[in-house]
Design a protein around this ligand. Structure first.
Ligand code: ATP
Ligand code: MG
Length: 235
């Protein structure tokens, strides 16, 4: 479902990802861990085609990311959803409008959209906020709106960047439950997090640690690990 081979990414002279290789199957749940600045967001943005691939090869949900044509990106995003670390919701639109957006883009009928939006909002305890503008709700509610928008299309792949950062422990637990339900339906999930508590909630999940752009730990054989002695080479 996801394959990355020798993926490197630089911002100017700084390498944010260095020779990352790993693969995930359909239905896998991966915790992406690592300190601030390790490259977690950069990796998720590459997988969402939000950053262009520079080096290496990668594939997600049947789409090759290296050399992907611009007009293919909307098709990729029908299968792959993301919860950005900075939410990227529309502040002057309501919670309902934000969640409904990906369904409207798809041209679904009004009633179908309303049913889906309400169901997802209920699951995330947003039903009493649906008609508030996003600039008038709390940070945690904004975060849940971003999560609801990513859930609403039932994606094959869900990429979530620190999705519990602004939530209280209770809500984090419920959210984890929702991610696990997605996995149970066959979705592949990558969740970037600093939280060791979350990792403990799902002991069977795959874990991959990034440090300074390199994969330094993985608990399954599908990732190429760099131990500190072996610096990746790329010119
Ligand atoms: N748009 C950008 N322009 C320049 N450098 C960037 C940009 N985005 C990220 N970087 C750099 O790339 C490296 C990886 O950043 P990234 O945001 O992927 O880390 P992260 O693991 O998500 O960190 P955090 O846990 O703080 O979210 C960092 O050194 C960062 O400063
Ligand atoms: Mg980040």
């Amino acid at each position: 479902m996801i394959k990355a081979k020798h993926v490197s990414l630089n911002f100017g002279s700084h390498w944010a990802l260095k020779n990352c290789s790993f693969s995930l199957d359909k239905g896998d749940f991966l915790f992406l861990s690592g300190p601030s600045g390790a490259g977690k967001t950069s990796l998720l943005r590459l997988l969402y085609a939000d950053l262009a691939m520079q080096r290496g090869q990668a594939e997600i949900a049947g789409f090759r990311l290296d050399g992907i044509k611009k007009n293919q990106i909307p098709n990729l995003r029908r299968q792959v959803s993301v919860v950005f670390q900075d939410f990227r919701i529309l502040p002057n639109e309501t919670v309902y409008q934000n969640i409904a957006l990906p369904l409207e883009i798809r041209g679904l009928g009004h009633q179908h959209i309303e049913r889906r939006v309400k169901a997802v909002a209920r699951a995330l305890s947003l039903e009493n906020r649906l008609f508030f503008k996003c600039c008038e709700i709390s940070g945690g509610e904004q975060q849940r709106t971003a999560i609801a928008r990513s859930f609403v299309i039932n994606p094959q792949v869900l990429l979530a960047d620190e999705p519990t950062g602004n939530l209280d422990p209770d809500l984090s637990l419920r959210l984890m439950d929702l991610f696990l339900r997605f996995q149970a339906y066959g979705a592949t999930v990558i969740l970037a997090t600093h939280s060791h508590d979350l990792l403990r909630l799902h002991p069977k999940a795959k874990i991959m640690r990034l440090e300074d752009g390199k994969i330094t730990y993985a608990n399954w054989s599908g990732a190429e690990i760099f131990r500190s002695a072996e610096e990746p080479t790329f010119g």
